[in-house]
Structures are given as structure tokens and as C-alpha cells.
Design a protein around this ligand. Sequence first.
Ligand SMILES: [Zn+2]
Length: 611
Amino acid sequence: MKRLLALIILIVTTTVSAQNNNSYWQQHVDYTMDVDVDVKKYQYKGTQKLIYTNNSPDVLNQVFYHLYYNAFQPNSEMDAHSKSIVDPDGRMVGNKGTRENPRNESRIAKLLPHEIGYLEVKSLKQNGRTVKYTVEGTVLEVTLNTSIQPGEKVIFEMTFDGQLPVHIRRAGRNSEDGVALSMAQWYPKMAEYDFEGWHAHPYIAREFHGVWGDFDVTIHIDKTYTVGGTGYLQNPQEIGHGYEDKSKKLKIKKTKKLAWHFKAPNVHDFTWAADPKYTHDVLKTVSGVEIHFLYKNDKKYTKAWKKIQPYTEKALNFYNENIGPYPWKQYSVIQGGDGGMEYAMCTLISGGESFNSIVGTIFHELAHAWFQQLLASNESKHSWMDEGFASYISSMASAKILRGRKATPSPSSYNGYYYAVNAAIEEPLTTHADRFNTNTAFSIASYTKGSMFLTQLNYIIGGDNVKKTLKKYYNDFKFKHPTPNDIKRTAEKVSGIELDWYLNEWIETTHTIDYAIAKVEGKNITLARVGQIPMPVDVSVTYVDGTSEDFNIPLRMMRGEKPTSATILKDWPWAQPTYTFTTLKEIKTIEIDPTQLMADIDRNNNTFEKK
Ligand SMILES: [Zn+2]
């Protein structure tokens, strides 16, 4: 019986994994939404027609929608999370104590009924027949009338009411810069179902994973409001507000509200913001992409928001060259939200009293147009893939565009990681974004250690191979949901080097790297692997005669080595704690990895000088 069970499990698991590797599929959504906004009450009423295509090989008996705004209610999971985490996000709590002795109070806990957020589903039909659903916090659980077969399309029709919360995190009314409506996560959104199953995770203010599809959205809002967001405006001459073709006549109706009609093809979200006092500039770039800038018509912002425009184009060009062409015709940089957050075809960012206060954020958020909006890895599970890769490429863009340096990866950002190691707060990058113990550990893992995955890859497989890896990753996985294994396999295919050990050690564990010069006897150098993570080792030696030589010791399980001008020595089998090699000349100094791209946590034992 046991053996039979094991055999069945083996058969089932091999078929499942074979499916994952060989027959990629993704669900598809076609949304048509019509929403009427009451700007005084921060409320809106919407209809949603969703054509859902089940491209999976599975029969679905249930579907789930996210109702993100329900998070902004006292006692919600987001409220509970911001109360329990030891280092809460300053945007989500108010400090009632002192700086030394903070007494944090959850801002959500204080919200009154007219200040909370909500998404209330009023009716829902599947193919014309009413379906049963229950609301569990930020998730709508729908029991289907009839299951959805593989390959089948069904139509869900919904009516819903929403209230935009007081601005606490990402979305809300009257942001810190006074932007009236930051409408992120504003509609009932179908949860993603992929080869790993449903991802109907509750919202606690962290990351996202969405279904690819097409959006057709009409927003009815008071005429005085300018709207910016995802999608191309279909009726610019009926709207004006800077979207119109100036050579043609405007046809604006004499109604109190305008109906803004947007279409967004091949995206996995739809976000917008609106304000009665937006300045709207349009930059037609050489690449053909139109970049829209929408910011408060206030002289404290004008200078920086004008200056940023040509720099945004330069960053766009940098990403086009180094990753692959931005595939949509439009991108909007919109003042709204808090800090910066990436959305489909746009970003909401706050501030801009000085150029330096927003340029880094805009470069980072624009990089997300590739890493997550286009290469849509599951942010909740693998936040290092979007935050890390966006940080990696945007820091090179900043070095080149803002400081005129060469766009080469640098270990200057490793300090945050070394801090986390020393403070023993590190958690593996496989931790779900919502469940890190501290916000600090989450950010260091996602941003710092995630970007180090690529920076350090330069050390392991060589810089040219990393450049080719990013381009191939773009080509193979754009408009898909790439996984950690996909970036690893891409790097393997480009370099011919085996990297499963690297993905495992760096992402799935908190093991660290420490190599040391253990012994030098005459011309014999003995190195030691002190840390748990094995690595190939670069060693630089200067000789008594004034010459120098670089050595490269490949890790045996890499089954190859990076292109290098160094002297390639025999492989180091990882399990061997030490490794000895002999030079031809008298040694003066030795240094392990002078580039410091290998994240060695103790560099004190990396150098030797003959006395
Ligand atoms: Zn980011």
C-alpha cells in the first residue's frame, strides 16, 4: 500500500512538474468597467464585465477576487499587521510617544466609517446566472454555478460600490501632496491562478500578482478633474485636459462630468489618479513612446517636474538598450500615492520639491515597467525578482545618466546586506513578502539582496553574460510570469555554467560567503572556504619582481568558468574546505576578489602581505 502510494505520488508529481516545464499557460482576463465617481464623498459606483478564459489544464470550481480597499478598515489584517510588526511603516502608524520611546498607533484603527476604504460587491453573475459569494476581508470567495472547464471562457458581470480611504498607503484621498484621488487597487480584481494554484492572498500593503489581459475602462468624473493612468485615452477630443490633438477641434459636452474612456492592452492591472489641479505635460520621445507627466500645479513642484522630463527619456532609452524595448506607446509619471509605486504603463510618486528627491524614485519605478509590469514575476512570493532587478538596473542608469560614470555593476550597495547579516535579522528570500518578521528584513532581502543576485552574477558568469542574460530573459518571458528558475535557466543557457547551487544558496537560504587566505608557504597559497556558500574564487597576486597575475578558480559544480583573462586553475570541489595552488614566482601580496563583487562577509582574511 505504501509502495503503491509512493508510486502514485511519483507519477502525479512527475506529470505536474512536466507540465510546468513544458507547457506554459496563463489565464486571461478581458475587463470592461464603467465607474461613476462622487468626488465629494470619495465614493464610486461601478459595473464590471469580465470575460475570463481558463487556459489552465484544470477544472475550476471556485474563483477569487481581491477587494483591496477592505484592508483600510479597523481590525482588518492590514491593521493587525501594522500593529504587530516591530518596525512598522511610518506611513501606516502615528507616533504618539517620543522619538526615543515611540508609541505607535495604527492609523487604520482610527478610521471613521466615512474615512475607511471599501469595495462592496452588489451583484455577481456567471454567464447570466447569479452566483453565491462571501467576503473574507480583502478577498471575495465565489462558488461557481458550473465549473469552468480547461479552455473555456465565462462571463462574470458585477456591480460594485467603492469608497476611497483616507490616504494611508499607496491609494487614497488627499495624498500628502494634496492629490485628490490616488486610485490604485480600486476595483474588484480577479486573483491569479497559475501552475502553483490560486494566489488569493490577503492584502496587508505589500506585493501583487495579477492576471494578464485587456482593460476597457470608462470613468465618469467632474469636468474639472484631470485623469492620468494606465491605458490610452480613446476620446481625447471629448476630454481635452492636455490629451487632445491640438490641430483638431475639441468636442466637449456641456455636462457636469466627462466620460474618460481608456483602453489598455496586455497588462495585469489598471491604475489611475485624478486631481482638479494637475499640470499635464506630454513628452514625445525619440523612441516613439509618449511620456505623460501629471503633477500639482503648484510652483514648489514645477521646477523639478519640468527638469525631470528629459531625464526620464534618458532612463527609458537606457532600459530599452539594456533590457529590451518598452512595448507600450505610453508611460505616465503621476504625482500621487506615497513614495513611489509601479503600475501598468504608469507610476504614482510623491514629492518633487527638488529634482534630487524624485529622480531616483522615477528611475526605479520606470525600471519596474520591465521588471514586474512586463516580466511579471509573482511579487508576493519573489519580491527580490522585481525589487532587486529594478534596483540593479536603475542604479546603473543613475550612475551613467546622473553621474556620467560607466554603467558597471558596483558593490556599493552591499552594506545593507552586511548590516542584516551582522544584526542576525536576515530571512531567506523565499519568505512570502507578507510574512517577513520585520520591514527591514523584507527590504534588505528584496531590494538589496535581490539586486546583489545580479551584481554578484557578474562575478560568477562575467559581465557580458549577465548583459545577455537580461536581454534573453526579456525576449523569452515578456508578457509572462517568469519564476526564479527562469532567470537561473536563462543565465545558464547564456553562460553554459550550472547555477542551481547559486539560486539555492543565495535565495533559499541565509547562508553566507567567507573565503580566507589560510596559509602561504613559499610559492604555495592555501585558501579556505569559511562560509557555507561555495563560490568560484578570483585571486590577485603581486610578485616580488613587481609584476602581478590574476587567477580564477572555478567551482567544480559550475561545470564551466566565466570568460576571463586570468590564469584558470583546476576546479575547487565545494566540499573540500581548503584549496592549494602554486605560483611560479616569489609572492609579495595576495588578495581574494579585488572587485569585491563577491559578497564576502569578512574581508579581513582576504588579503596577505609578505613581511
Ligand atoms: Zn520597487
